[in-house]
Write a protein of this length. Structure first.
Ligand code: ADP
Length: 566
């Protein structure tokens, strides 16, 4: 009997060997319990975290209360060769103007002839001025095996490599090269839901940039794993300081001091993230119980153009310096918040659920191979968002259960939550078996810009405070709305009515492109418009029901308001 509120068990996390300690730290801080083989049954956990990829069977055997920190098939953008191949495909299909954010790349040995042609063309076109190339082994990371070259006779490799045009005019800070590590969370590929974190890292080379010393890795590579062994790592470097990292926030101050057009830069980076993920979306299966944290490496050149260097699977979460401490712990806190666990997820299979609810979860899990149970109640209260293939027959059991919610299919958290929470409200959250109190109930930093209807189901504590924007939200019956901000994670896709609609079922990529294009044009137009009345017109023409926040600037404004700022 669950009615009296004493049946909640703590949420349980399971860590694979090699998981960075900050993940354990954050989960324990949030009141979770660590999985212990002796104490817990095989599937008695809510989150399984591992640095490397899961096996197919891990996805197939997933229970409704369980989630994984990786989506299946993300490798299409996280391996250097796959990324190059996918972006080339997108360039071919949708035009190189749209996908001009990644340096030209060749996968060798297969593309050797094409590389040779490009090498020759560049050589001649530049009238003797050198073009530089960078060679990277496809399956290594942390700068291992990378070198920069000018003359093709220096290109030597003994395993598959990507040879990429070297950005030889990087923006420098006091003569030092740097790149940005942008943290992106793909909440779901289907529908595509992307969040970008406000905080990130700036990673510096520790010796001054110079094209006369191509073999100096401390001047040309910005990997921390390399630079922390550089002779000048601990030196107090002009403006850069000691070490080799800044927070993104510090970089914002730098941008302001340069009077650069910050908004355009953030928007371009935002475009890079969305367009890259659009390349991965078609191959990603529907996997609602998964989340993915990716690290996008972006280099800015002296013309303020951002370039995508690579997308990192399981970006490094080790805490090596003060900037890491500031950024990574808060990042994981926000990521866990974004997963929006509820107390109901703590029920698992422990027998606290009535048979009816267990049946509900199992029937969903077993019957709907192509439409697994949607666990995350990220939608507007009153709406459900389970995917169901139309060909699938609905059991009478399911039909009856549907009456519990207002429309569509069922989802574990929501159904349980709605029904159970009504009974359990106000009760102390105590689990006699584990003698654990659940985390204290606090309002979460989840804002879905639906005016007074803020999602507030999860009881995990909030980490970052920010001013919630209260605006009017007109409900639509057929669309569910992801929160526009969770902690410092900003929803960047979908970002307006049209992209929200386009992302619901099979993503309409063309509409996504069109809307991105429209947004970019609006921003660019605003930068050039002097007349206030015309600015007002542009702003009004952007207005829609679905408001979103503009990722990037310090206190991120509503998208429509950033037209005012630009
Ligand atoms: P890894 O996975 O080994 O870190 P990256 O592609 O991120 O490989 O490259 C490592 C570093 O090399 C980057 O952080 C950047 O400093 C530099 N780099 C990589 N590609 C380029 C490029 N095309 N132009 C300029 N610098 C580059």
């Amino acid at each position: 009997q669950w009615q009296r509120g004493y049946m909640f068990a703590p949420l349980v996390f399971r860590l694979h060997a090699g998981t960075p300690s900050v993940v354990r730290k954050v989960l324990l801080e949030q009141g979770w319990e660590e999985y212990d083989e002796e104490m817990h049954k095989e599937d008695d956990w809510n989150l399984y975290w591992r640095v490397s990829a899961f096996h197919n069977s891990d996805y197939q055997n997933l229970k409704p209360w369980q989630r994984l920190n990786h989506h299946p098939k993300v490798v299409g953008i996280t391996r250097k060769d796959s990324l190059a191949r996918n972006l080339r495909r997108m360039k071919g299909a949708f035009g190189s103007a749209l996908y001009n954010f990644s340096p030209v790349a060749f996968i060798l040995p297969n593309d050797y002839t094409r590389f040779l042609e490009a090498y020759t063309v560049h050589h001649l076109a530049n009238g003797g001025r050198a073009t530089y190339w960078i060679c990277k082994p496809v399956d290594l990371s942390r700068g291992r095996g990378i070198f920069v070259f000018r003359d093709i006779k220096d290109l030597v490799y003994d395993s598959p490599v990507v040879v990429q045009k070297y950005i030889s005019n990087p923006l420098l800070i006091s003569g030092y090269k740097f790149d940005l590590r942008i943290y992106v969370c793909v909440k779901s590929f289907c529908p595509l839901i992307i969040y970008i974190h406000q905080e990130g890292l700036v990673r510096f080379a520790t010796e001054k940039f110079s094209l006369t010393s191509l073999d100096n890795v401390f001047a040309h590579l910005t990997n921390t794993s390399i630079n922390k062994f550089g002779p000048r790592y601990s030196t107090d470097k002009e403006h850069v300081g000691q070490g080799c990292k800044w927070t993104l926030n510090k970089f914002r101050c730098f941008l302001r001091s340069q009077n650069s057009n910050e908004l355009l830069l953030w928007q371009q980076i935002n475009n890079i993230v969305t367009l890259t993920l659009l390349a991965a979306t078609p191959s990603a299966p529907f996997s609602p119980n998964c989340v993915e944290l990716l690290g996008f490496d972006v280099l800015i050149d002296e013309n303020f153009k951002p370039w995508l260097l690579e997308v990192n699977y399981s970006p490094a979460l080790s805490l090596d310096c003060p900037a890491d401490n500031t950024v990574k712990k808060a990042l994981i806190h926000d990521l866990i918040d974004l997963m929006n666990y509820s107390q109901m997820d703590g029920l698992r299979q422990r027998g606290y659920l009535t048979k009816r609810f267990i049946n509900l979860c199992y029937s969903q899990a077993l019957q709907t191979k192509t439409s697994p149970v949607y666990l995350i109640p990220k939608h507007t209260p009153g709406f459900t968002r389970q995917k169901r293939s139309h060909s699938q027959p609905r059991s009478s059991f399911e039909k009856n259960e549907d009456k519990l919610v207002q429309s569509g299919g069922l989802c574990y958290s929501e159904t349980c939550q709605r029904t159970l929470l009504a009974s359990c409200a106000q009760e102390p959250l105590y689990c006699p078996q584990s003698r654990h109190l659940m985390p204290k109930s606090k309002n979460r930093c989840v804002s879905n810009l639906e005016g007074h209807k803020t999602v507030n189901m999860c009881k995990l504590p909030s980490i970052h405070k920010y001013q919630r924007q209260i605006i009017t939200w007109v409900e639509t019956q057929d669309v569910s709305v992801p929160p526009c901000r969770v902690g410092d994670f900003i929803l960047t896709f979908p970002f307006n009515d049209a992209t929200l609609k386009a992302s619901q079922e099979n993503l309409d990529v063309k509409i996504a492109f069109q809307e991105l294009h429209r947004l970019n044009n609006h921003l660019a137009a605003f930068c050039n418009l002097k007349d206030e009345r015309r600015k007002e017109c542009v702003r009004r023409s952007w207005a829609g029901k679905f408001e979103s926040v503009f990722w990037g600037p310090r206190n991120p404004p509503l998208l429509k308001d950033c037209f005012l700022l630009s």
